[in-house]
Design a protein around this ligand. Structure first.
Ligand SMILES: [Fe+2]
Ligand SMILES: [Fe+2]
Length: 186
């Protein structure tokens, strides 16, 4: 696709985000990510401690159920990203988010190891799988923030409001129309 008529992706280092006029209202993703990091850290710490205290005991039921509930929430976060955020930013700026989608698949594979360890009743495996999950999740969140936040901040507040309210199919149609108008006007 001809990218000439797309908005050029801004280059805004992380240290400049808090001073941006559209921060924090257009960077709410950061709050959800912070929450994910906290829960993940808690699960790793608690599962390791539980294993160290009683190595022959099965994984703690409360930790396994927290993980399952948390992952349900994270699935809808990922669904929003893949279904709306990534396609919109790709269409607007011509920046592929494929690497982030690949991360989601990898995170999903490691998630399965947590469930496997839980059903085996192996507390050490459970703690290790949670650690592995943390080790793929944390870099994903950082890279996603680096790729997405500058693009979100660069949207004019009116466009961000339209984005927030709109359904992806209508939003993509509008972007295509705007792009065509820009092309037609040279
Ligand atoms: Fe993500
Ligand atoms: Fe995310």
């Amino acid at each position: 696709m001809n990218q000439k008529h797309k908005a050029s992706p801004p280059d805004l280092p992380r240290s400049d985000w808090p001073a941006h006029a559209n921060f924090p209202s257009q960077a709410l993703l950061l709050g959800s990510h912070e929450n994910f990091r906290d829960i993940s850290r808690h699960l790793v710490r608690e599962s390791m401690q539980a294993w160290a205290l009683s190595p022959t005991r099965a994984p703690r039921v409360d930790l396994a159920s927290l993980f399952r509930r948390w992952k349900r929430g994270m699935k809808s976060h990922e669904g929003y990203e893949e279904g709306k955020l990534y396609p919109y930013l790709d269409a607007k700026y011509g920046v592929s988010m494929a690497v982030l989608e690949m991360h989601h698949r990898i995170i999903g594979q490691v998630e399965e190891r947590v469930y496997a360890a839980e059903s085996e009743g192996d507390a050490l495996k459970f703690a290790h799988a949670l650690k592995q999950h943390d080790e793929v999740l944390v870099p994903h969140l950082a890279q996603e923030e680096e790729m997405v936040i500058p693009l979100l901040l660069a949207l004019k507040p009116k466009e961000f409001a339209r984005y927030s309210r709109g359904h992806i199919s209508g939003l993509l149609r509008e972007l295509a129309m705007e792009e065509k108008e820009m092309k037609d006007n040279g």
